[in-house]
Design a protein around this ligand. Structure first.
Ligand SMILES: Cc1cc2nc3c(=O)[nH]c(=O)nc-3n(C[C@H](O)[C@H](O)[C@H](O)COP(=O)(O)OP(=O)(O)OC[C@H]3O[C@@H](n4cnc5c(N)ncnc54)[C@H](O)[C@@H]3O)c2cc1C
Length: 490
């Protein structure tokens, strides 16, 4: 292996955007120089394993900076197929020349002032690099806790899952992500398996991923779907309105809103097969009196009262991603290990553009003071310190994007823009996409009144603009997506 490496950790879309925009900006090419670009990942793009489903955005928001594939042949007013998205990631990935190392990064160390060591699980020798970009995404999935003790005691009734049978717990915790035929499985894997029509399914947890599992189970012909919220269902319904059709409120459909419905109890199902069970605290699954393939499960209500029994073919548990310092597979924990081994400041410095740039006040990721280790995309935007301290200006930017692109700083569109900005991809030619340009970029491209006015209108929309006339623009050099990459690329 060569010693002079530029390492990108990650095999997802973030790594593809990073790699591609680095090589297509003069800033990036000067940084990479003649280093060998090495991509290190445990698994190539997780999108390759999801079953084909409709994503949360129209193609205009998922044609990413630095990607040759702009989804121009896809229906422009429909949610993009996840298969198409995965193909675009793969073709961008395949188009770049690089070395690939498959492995799991478990530690980072500073070798000397100019080099960093990446420690891979089970490998005696580190991968030494001059630069490292961590594009590791939202973090590995979080596992539900297993609660022990007397399941009926109020002291042991907490939020979590009580597995009555050890075998079931082992089945759930099987780290082999290709083993999909489990009765209790993480929601991420539920989105990866072929679904058997007629199943009775229970989805446990809240958030867009849980909602997407519910939507998928219904659309694939589940006989009944029980959706158990461990807390309020509110966060399951992003401003895009993507999952609104699953439920209604006492006063009718979910309104077009900038806010979420704030209690779980005012939501009702619109599909006779879907039942919502809000805010139960304990789910208890057992096989003791179940047939070989089904499960018996009990829900224990938060405020006492009798538990409720149901039988399911499959239970999918959605528990979000590992983001916190005390979660071993989070980026925060990885950086903390680096800090302990050789003190570097944590949280790290926000990546900002040059002082002459109109966007210089906005943080587009994290980096060390030397700039040799960067954290990019959702890996940075979902870091606990990022969201608590420096993200205000980025949040303000996100609030001006169409509703489909507002995913609490975790969405693909904003993540890709932030990476491209961190790589100064838009330095030669500003972002001129009417759907994603920052309001200051729009003001500079048009004039202040039109630019800020346009961003204001965009922020009140749910869907991206498909034509410029929808945006009230004629004879202006703006595009609705990155139509012509050569326009940006040097
Ligand atoms: C089912 C599902 C549907 C979603 N739908 C949408 C949607 O429609 N729209 C939207 O905006 N967002 C959506 N999201 C959220 C969004 O997809 C993710 O935020 C996005 O995939 C993150 O991409 P990424 O490249 O940053 O990270 P990932 O796609 O998670 O890729 C991370 C990469 O880093 C590697 N990696 C991580 N840690 C290590 C390590 N320690 N060592 C080695 N390699 C490592 C992984 O192997 C992988 O290759 C969805 C998420 C899920 C799970």
């Amino acid at each position: 292996m060569p010693d002079d490496r530029y390492v990108i950790v990650g095999g997802g879309f973030a790594a593809a955007v990073d790699h591609s925009t680095l090589l297509r900006s003069s800033w990036g090419r000067a940084r990479v120089e003649n280093l060998t670009i090495t991509q290190v990942y445990e698994e190539q793009d997780p999108w390759l394993r999801h079953v084909d489903h409709r994503m949360g955005q129209w193609p205009g928001l998922l044609a990413l900076p630095g990607f040759g594939e702009r989804h121009l042949a896809e229906p422009s007013r429909e949610f993009l197929s996840s298969r198409r998205f995965a193909e675009a990631n793969k073709s961008t990935h395949d188009a770049t020349k690089h070395e690939i190392v498959i492995g799991r990064v478990v530690d980072l160390r500073r070798h000397n002032d100019y080099e960093l060591d990446l420690i891979l699980e089970g490998r005696p020798n580190p991968v030494r690099a001059k630069y490292i970009d961590l594009c590791t995404g939202p973090g590995k999935m979080r596992w539900m806790q297993r609660w022990r003790g007397d399941r009926t005691s109020p002291r042991t009734i907490r939020q979590g899952v009580y597995f009555g049978a050890d075998a079931l717990w082992t089945e759930y915790r099987n780290p082999d992500l290709t083993k999909l035929d489990r009765r209790v499985l993480p929601a991420e894997l539920f989105m990866a398996r072929t679904f058997a029509v007629g199943h009775q399914v229970c989805i446990v947890g809240t958030g867009p991923l849980a909602a997407s599992c519910v939507e998928r189970a219904l659309s694939e012909g589940a006989t009944s779907v029980l959706w158990v919220g461990m807390d309020s269902f509110a966060g399951s319904f992003p401003p895009s309105g993507r999952y609104d059709a699953l439920v209604t409120t006492a006063s009718g459909p979910l309104p077009v809103r900038s806010d979420f419905p704030d209690t779980a109890t005012d939501l009702f199902s619109v599909d006779a097969r879907l039942e919502l069970v809000p805010a139960h605290q304990l789910l208890w699954v057992d096989t003791s009196s179940s047939s070989a393939n089904t499960l018996e499960a009990f829900l224990v209500p938060r405020k006492g009262g009798p538990s409720r029994l149901f039988v399911a073919d499959q239970i999918a548990l959605s528990a979000s991603s590992q983001t916190q310092y005390d979660e071993p597979d989070s980026v925060a924990a990885l950086l903390d290990r680096l800090r302990r081994a050789s003190p570097i400041p944590v949280p790290m410095d926000p990546i900002r553009l040059d002082s002459a740039d109109v966007l210089q006040g906005i943080p587009f990721g994290f980096q060390t003071p030397l700039g040799d280790l960067r954290v990019l995309g959702v890996a940075a935007l979902g870091h606990p310190d990022f969201s608590s301290s420096v993200s205000t200006t980025l949040r303000q930017y996100e609030a001006t994007l169409p509703g489909q692109a507002r995913v609490d700083l975790r969405g693909i569109t904003l993540s890709a823009i932030a990476i491209a900005q961190a790589n100064r991809f838009f330095r030669r030619t500003p972002n001129h996409s009417v759907n994603t340009a920052h309001e200051w970029e729009l003001a500079a491209l048009l004039d202040a009144t039109s630019g800020f006015g346009l961003a204001d209108i965009r922020g009140k929309r749910r869907d991206p603009f498909v034509t410029l006339s929808e945006a009230g623009l004629t004879n202006v050099e703006l595009v609705t997506r990155y139509e012509d990459p050569d326009y940006y690329w040097p």
